[in-house]
Ligand binder design. Structure first.
Ligand code: ARG
Length: 398
């Protein structure tokens, strides 16, 4: 009797071929699970492809709300960026996918989960560690780590098995997309010196010209974006709308070389218009409402938080604690941030909050100034004492 297996199905060539390959090599009954995280693929077509290729069942799971609430927003509140840049779209989706796969395995009483990650990437780590942290009894199979098929052999295998490859044909680029961003690698991008071709961009195709500009006001409550230009919006719609508006200005592109967990460097291109704008707006609102010590301490947490996401360590004790810390820090991150979008660029041009701790009368240089200058001299005297004393004792500070 064949054993049940849950396959993380994307609809692409690799995981489609994997359906047949898993049946042949593991005598498995393959249940394909397609998770909708806002990637613009045709999921109904993918569903049919899974069934036509021989999956015993296929499910399309809309996980967009959970993705935003429990994964994207916590990382937005943590201003999460790997190596100070990458907004982590691909990485932050992996623990949620792992969780859904494990839930399916338990419901279907399946003992195996398969995914289409390659042996060189970060995603295999995130899936494997996520799944094992949630259910250590599940056997994980990553066909791409096992089969030695070249791309040509893969296509040949597909043809031999009557898998329709005309619809599953993929470009020379490897692309991963969800609400939070689009990640692009391979092709000429593998040479870090070669400029990305305009054809790779989809979310930030420039539709505006150099004279165009536009203002936008983003409302936040407790660190979560809740409105655009005063209109309250559902979180998923807000992100989608922001991607569309900002993307048209060519905003949100990132070209970087990053350090993968498995020790190799890779050149990646990202498009994340909504993420870039929300992260900057959120950070700027924090600057207005948060005291210095919390803000600066939070920077340290943010780097660790980002690394934990990137390294696939979401379902861990430390992450649980970090999420609570970050959540607690957002109590007063409520207000409005004004953004100016321009050709290929944007900036925060205003911020306001009922919790603002900016004090005009202390900050101003005009006549409403209430700051008493005599305090400064005494303060600086004490502040500088340790170094003055060192100098007096003959130590060289310089
Ligand atoms: N380097 C990014 C990460 O590890 C993206 C990986 C997926 N990229 C892709 N083009 N398939 O999170």
């Amino acid at each position: 009797m064949s054993e049940k297996l849950i396959l993380a199905y994307s609809g692409g060539l690799d995981t489609t071929v994997a359906i047949k390959w898993l049946q042949e090599n593991y005598n498995a009954e393959v249940i394909a699970v397609l998770i909708d995280l806002g990637q613009p693929d045709n999921l109904k077509d993918a569903y049919e492809r899974a069934i036509n290729t021989g999956a015993s069942k296929a499910y399309i799971i809309d996980a967009k709300n959970e993705f935003v609430k429990d994964y994207i927003y916590p990382s937005l509140k943590a201003n999460a960026r790997y190596e100070k840049k990458y907004t982590l779209a691909t990485a932050i989706a992996r623990p949620l996918i792992a969780k859904i796969l494990v839930n399916f395995a338990q419901k279907e009483n399946a003992k195996m989960i398969a995914h289409g990650c390659t042996a060189k990437g970060n995603d295999q780590v995130r899936f494997d560690v996520g799944i094992r942290s949630l259910d250590p009894d599940i056997k994980i199979i990553a066909p791409m780590r096992v089969w030695k098929l070249s791309r040509e052999e893969e296509i040949e295998y597909a043809q031999k098995n009557n898998i329709k490859i005309n619809v599953t044909k993929k470009s020379i680029y490897s692309i991963d997309e969800n609400l939070w961003g689009r990640s692009i690698e391979c092709g000429n991008l593998e040479d870090p010196w070669s400029e990305p071709l305009e054809e790779i961009y989809k979310w930030s195709k420039i539709e505006k010209n150099e004279k165009d500009n536009q203002y936008m006001e983003i409302g936040f409550e407790n660190g979560e974006p809740v409105s655009l230009d005063g209109e309250r919006m559902h979180s998923v719609d807000l992100i989608l709308k922001l991607n569309a508006i900002a993307g048209a200005y060519g905003i949100g592109r990132l070209d970087m070389v990053e350090n993968r967990l498995i020790g190799i460097k890779s050149r990646e291109i990202y498009e994340a218009p909504a993420a870039e704008i929300l992260l900057e707006a959120h950070r700027q609102l924090e600057s207005l409402v948060m005291d210095r010590e919390l803000l600066h301490y939070k920077y340290l947490i943010e780097d660790k938080f980002s690394e934990m996401i990137y390294y696939g360590l979401w379902f861990t004790p430390l992450m649980k604690c970090l999420i609570k810390f970050i959540e607690e820090s957002q109590n007063y991150v409520t207000g409005v941030v004004r953004i100016k979008m321009e050709y290929k660029n944007f900036s925060v041009v205003g911020r306001k909050s009922k919790y603002s701790i900016y004090d005009y009368n202390l900050a101003t240089y005009d006549k409403s100034d209430i700051f008493d200058p005599k305090f400064s001299e005494s303060f600086i005297k004490i502040w500088g004492y340790p170094y003055e004393i060192l100098a007096k004792k003959g130590r060289k500070n310089g």
